[in-house]
Design a protein around this ligand. Structure first.
Ligand code: BG6
Length: 471
């Protein structure tokens, strides 16, 4: 649709950016923090461990001051479960509570709204040993943890996100260092979808608890949503795209918003004897826990075609794409899109299409909780970082948000990935996303000093003008 006039961004639009605890904080075993599954995993060859990251734990004041200088209205960060509960359950670590109190207060000092993710890929290692999400008790572990967060931070945190990218945890958990398959498991698909079910129930219960304990707070999920295109108008390709959309995207939002499983996914699981077992009360819990808004991460779209059941296709060892699923869909190339240096597709128009689709299915306010470009940025001798590629990427995506606003979508805010450079999920420190450059290399910690990238100044202007000046 071509509009005659663009609508402005809403007055209260939340401009900001995101980070996650295990990728940014460092201090991985300091001040009483227990290890998480990320601290004990073997990191991909050639990449740093997660003990220091961007050292945000010690430098959060400086970082939040820089965010304030950019004019942030919101800062999305995650709480490390094992910093709060070193064993995952049981005794609370007072130093952990103190640290997040400081971060929250520092945000509020600058009128930055804290947007808190409760779980971002970092299951406490102690709970990992007890089976992680495969253990039915994980539902209670998560709800108890949520209660502690609400009790301690709920007086100041008004926006919550439950589980970051639950769909990626389910689809590519191995790449994220979080997949836990119990020994002797004979049906991996069933096991994975049982874990997924536990997360869905845990999330629903945490949302209901939030509404009960913090009536003026808002809470939502944060999946990674990418619209799936059919490779052609061949009807079988359309069906394949519907299949992949259901299994990658809608399963998660259908359950969070409507409290019911997506029928296509359910039928597919039935065929593989992989439907999750419902414990007593699960169906009701799913119906009762409803989000107030939807947070979603968007990096790119994907394209697929018919898979007639004849070839062996599986999920790829890559975070974003699947090569296919037997009898459901097969990944196809999209000749219209370019790629980042790290091989990720770039599709700003697909961003608008994704936003429209989510809104038309769920009619809840939307906030973009991640979107961004990973690149090999270079610090020049005079302390500058010229990143026009990032500015161009972000500009094109912000333009599409404004078009979506003009389409009538209720957009709450935009939090690109990431506020500052941090360690990528599986491609190390050299894959940088931030507005703020962190002076360290993969293995050489250097000064850890902060530098403003060109995109820093550009984003500051975007926020100052509420998105009306994107030049
Ligand atoms: C999202 C995750 O999938 O993508 C982040 O929520 C992650 O944790 C981001 O860092 C970018 O991915 P990567 O693999 O480039 O770090």
């Amino acid at each position: 649709m071509q509009h005659k006039h663009l609508k402005p961004f809403p007055k209260e639009f939340l401009w900001g950016a995101s980070t996650s605890a295990y990728q940014v904080e460092g201090a991985s075993l300091e001040d009483g923090k227990g290890p998480s599954c990320q601290d004990v995993k073997s990191v991909p060859v050639g990449t740093t461990d997660l003990s220091v990251c961007a050292d945000h734990y010690h430098r959060y004041k400086e970082d939040i001051a820089l965010m304030a200088e950019m004019g942030f209205k919101v800062y999305r960060f995650s709480v490390s479960w094992s910093r709060i509960l070193p064993e995952g359950t049981g005794d609370v670590n007072p130093k952990g509570i103190e640290y997040y109190n400081h971060v929250i207060d520092e945000c509020l000092k600058y009128n930055i709204t804290p947007l808190v993710t409760m779980f971002h890929f970092d299951m406490p290692a102690a709970l990992d040993q007890r089976g992680s999400w495969s253990n039915r008790e994980s539902v209670d572990w998560f709800v108890d943890y949520a209660r502690i967060l609400y009790e301690n931070f709920g007086d100041r945190v008004k926006y919550w996100l439950t589980i970051n990218e639950q769909n990626m945890l389910t689809l590519v958990g191995k790449v994220l260092g979080s997949l836990h398959i119990p020994e002797g498991c004979t049906n991996e698909l069933k096991e994975i979808y049982q874990q997924n079910h536990h997360m869905l129930v845990a999330q629903a219960k945490a949302m209901a608890l939030c509404h009960e304990m913090l009536p003026d707070a808002k809470i939502g999920p944060a999946p990674n949503i990418s619209l799936i295109y059919p490779a052609s108008c061949k009807p079988e390709d359309i069906l394949a795209a519907q299949n992949y959309n259901a299994v990658r995207n809608w399963l998660y939002l259908d359950v969070s918003v409507y409290g019911r499983y997506n029928n296509l996914v359910w039928s597919w699981l039935e065929e593989h004897d992989a439907t999750p077992e419902f414990a007593e009360g699960d169906a009701e819990a799913l119906r009762m826990g409803r989000p107030d808004y939807i947070g979603f991460n968007y990096y790119n779209t994907a394209t697929c075609e018919e898979e007639d059941g004849t070839c062996e296709v599986t999920y790829a060892e890559n975070q974003q794409d699947a090569s296919g699923e037997k009898g459901m869909f097969r990944a196809a190339a999209n000749p219209y899109l370019t790629k980042t240096e790290f091989g990720w597709l770039i599709d700003p128009v697909g961003f608008r299409a994704t936003i429209r689709e989510i809104y038309s299915r769920y009619h809840l306010p939307l906030i973009v909780t991640e979107n961004g470009l990973g690149a090999y940025d270079k610090l020049t001798e005079d302390g500058r970082i010229h990143d026009p590629y990032r500015i161009e990427y972000l500009r094109k995506h912000i333009e599409q948000i404004q078009l979506a606003v003009t389409d009538g979508v209720d957009m709450m805010g935009y939090c690109p990935w990431s506020a500052l450079d941090l360690v990528s999920t599986h491609e190390g420190m050299v894959k940088r996303y931030g507005f703020i450059y962190v002076d360290r290399d993969e293995f050489d910690l250097k000064t850890l000093n902060r530098y403003r990238k060109d995109s820093f100044y550009w984003y500051k202007k975007v926020i100052e003008t509420n998105g009306s000046d994107l030049t």
